[in-house]
Ligand binder design. Structure first.
Ligand SMILES: CCCCCCc1ccc(Oc2ccc(Oc3cccc(O)n3)cc2)c(O)c1
Length: 257
C-alpha cells in the first residue's frame, strides 16, 4: 500500500479534528505515499489540523484557507495550490453543513434559508471546487466526496441534509460525465454513521448506531479508517475503470429493508 500513491498530489478538504472522515482519509493516503495538501475554513480547524499532522509525523505539502461558500476564496485557494504545487492528481471533498434546527422534527417544516444553506454548503460546493480542481488536473485525476444513505432513503431526522446529499450524488454523476473526457473521475463514498463532530448535529444519531450494529450484515458499525481506505481506492489506479459511482461503506446496512 505504501507505493499506490507515490508522487501523487492530493487535496483534502474538511479535516476538523481527529474524528473527521477526512482525517481517516489522510492516514490512508499517507500510508499509500501520497503528497498531501489541505484546505480549512475555521482557524480552530487549522490549529487542530497542524497538531494532528505533527503528532502523526505527517509533513503536508501545503495548507491553504478555503471557504466553500465563497467563489473567490475557492479560486484563491486553488490558484495558490497551482503556484506552489502545480499539478494535482486527487481531490477529497468532505464538507457539508445544515442548520441543526433543520435536522430534527418534520422535513415539511424546512425553511427556505435552511434548504438553500444545506444545498449550497453540501452539494454546490462540490461543483465549485471541481471546476477549480479540473484546471490543475492536467494529468487526469480523481475526485471523491462523502455521502450518506439518507440521500437515497428516508432516515428519520436527516431531513434537509438527505435532500442535499441526493443533489450531491446526482452532481457526482453529472460531473463524471463532464470531466471523463479529461480523464478525471468523480465518485462518492456513502458511509455508515460514524461519531464525528458533525454527527452531533443530527437528532437520534446515537439510536441509529445501535440499530446498525444489530441489523447490518457485518453486525457492526464502520469507522474512519474504512472510509479512508475506500476513498484511497477511488483515488488510486485500482479504480481507474470507475466513475459516477456511489460506494456504500456501511457494513452492508443499505441492502437491508
Ligand atoms: C439520524 C442519524 C442519521 C445518521 C447521520 C450520519 C451522518 C453524520 C454526519 C453527517 O455530516 C453532517 C455534516 C454537517 C451537518 O450539519 C451540522 C452539524 C453540526 C452542527 C450543525 O449546526 N450542523 C450534519 C451532518 C452526515 O452527512 C451523516
Amino acid at each position: 500500500m505504501n507505493h499506490l500513491m507515490n508522487g501523487k498530489n492530493v487535496v483534502i478538504m474538511g479535516v476538523a479534528n481527529q474524528r473527521s472522515l477526512a482525517w481517516g482519509v489522510t492516514k490512508s493516503l499517507q500510508a499509500a505515499g501520497a503528497n498531501l495538501i489541505f484546505t480549512y475554513r475555521k482557524e480552530r480547524s487549522y490549529q487542530k489540523l497542524t497538531s494532528l499532522l505533527s503528532e502523526a509525523g505527517i509533513d503536508p505539502l501545503l495548507i491553504v484557507p478555503c471557504d466553500v461558500s465563497d467563489d473567490a476564496s475557492i479560486e484563491n485557494a486553488f490558484s495558490e495550490i497551482e503556484q506552489k504545487v502545480g499539478t494535482i492528481h486527487g481531490l477529497v471533498h468532505s464538507i457539508a453543513f445544515a442548520d441543526k434546527d433543520e435536522l430534527c422534527g418534520e422535513y415539511v417544516e424546512t425553511s427556505r434559508d435552511g434548504y438553500l444553506m444545506a444545498q449550497e454548503m453540501s452539494a454546490y460546493s462540490l461543483v465549485a471546487v471541481a471546476r477549480e480542481a479540473k484546471k490543475l488536473m492536467s494529468d487526469g485525476g480523481s475526485i471523491v466526496t462523502q455521502s450518506y444513505l439518507g440521500a437515497e432513503r428516508v432516515v428519520k431526522n436527516y431531513n434537509v441534509m438527505g435532500v442535499a446529499k441526493a443533489a450531491l450524488e446526482a452532481s457526482v454523476r453529472y460531473l463524471a460525465e463532464d470531466l471523463g473526457k479529461y480523464n478525471i473521475r468523480v465518485n462518492a463514498v456513502s458511509s455508515g454513521p460514524i461519531r464525528t463532530l458533525s454527527a452531533k448535529g443530527v437528532s437520534g444519531f446515537n439510536d441509529l448506531m445501535g440499530i446498525i450494529a444489530e441489523k447490518a450484515p457485518l453486525r457492526r458499525n464502520v469507522d474512519q479508517s474504512e472510509v479512508g481506505d475506500a476513498t484511497l481506492f477511488f483515488l488510486s489506479p485500482l479504480s481507474r475503470g470507475i466513475t459516477g459511482e456511489v460506494l456504500h461503506v456501511d457494513a452492508g446496512y443499505h441492502i437491508i429493508g
